[in-house]
Each structure stands twice: as C-alpha cells, then as structure tokens.
Ligand binder design. Sequence first.
Ligand SMILES: [Zn+2]
Length: 185
Amino acid sequence: MTDPRDRIELPGGPHYSLEPTAPHERAVARYLRGQYIALRHFSPAEFGEDWPRMSVALLARLDLFRERLGSPVIISPAPGALGRQLGASDTSQHNIDRWGEVRAADVMLPRTDLRDRATGEAVVQIARGLFGGVGLYLDWQPHNGLHLDVRGYRRSGLPYPTEVATWSRVAGQYVALDRAWDVAA
Ligand SMILES: [Zn+2]
C-alpha cells in the first residue's frame, strides 16, 4: 500500500503539469509534448537525446525523488539508461518502441551508500512512494544505483501507483529487494 503521505500534490492535478513560473522553481522549464515541466534538480541536458521523449510523469517523480533524498542523483552513464529501442513486444519501461516515451531511468547516487542497509532501506522507502517499479543495483559501477519507472500509475487512476514492483541485483544475481543486504554482506 502506498502511504497517503506520499501522494504527490502537483499544480495541475493528475496530469503532472507544472507551472513554469512558480517562484521557487529554477528557471528550468521546457514545453514538452504539450505540457510544461519545471524541474528543480535536473536540466534537460542531463537527459541527452532522450529529453524530448521523456515521460512527464517520470520526470516529475525523478525531481521529487531527488528533492526528498536531499543528495545528488545522476543519470547512469551506461548506454540505455534512459530510452531503448527494443521492438514493440518488449515490455521494458525503457522501451520507446512499446510505450512511445521513456518511462524508466537508471540512476546513480554518488553520495549515498546504498550498500549500507539503513541508508539503502531509507532510499528505497522514498522511491516506493513515487515509482511503480524500483530496482536496487548494488553491482553497478562507479556508483550503486536504482532503476526507477512509472509502471502502473495510469492503471491505478491515482497520481501514484497502488502496487510497486521491486527487485535487486547483487554481484550479477537477482534477489528479492529486502534480501539484497543479506546477500551483499
Ligand atoms: Zn532500468
């Protein structure tokens, strides 16, 4: 169950439109596929050529995730960290061919030690309140990171997902998220 306190309250309601003129926002606002999106913590350049195809819902949540985390979040430098072209049948949330937009991001947290259980659990808790899919990767280099996506939020009819798919990978092995720190120990 999603904690009601994690409900996202954004100007513009469930369409995730953000007014570009809000005084607390940085001057990062772009007209994106019919919607304004203003991000406090990311610039369009960080999304490279995928920027025009980014899901607005995903961008809004990445920004909130960074806000709640309180420390840097970077897009993974690995190829395919944002959009991938995998053909119409592949259901990956990264797959532009399937969804027509990039609905997943692989991010790294360079100042956050996800291998520390207390830290990692706190970060995962924040992510679970925002995303429909959360994958913890303790084996990425040069920083541990997370796969974050917006699956399910549309089906729920609410501005947050009612179920969250979670998983983790430790030393190349996929394990249940809550077991990640035991396996890594
Ligand atoms: Zn991913």
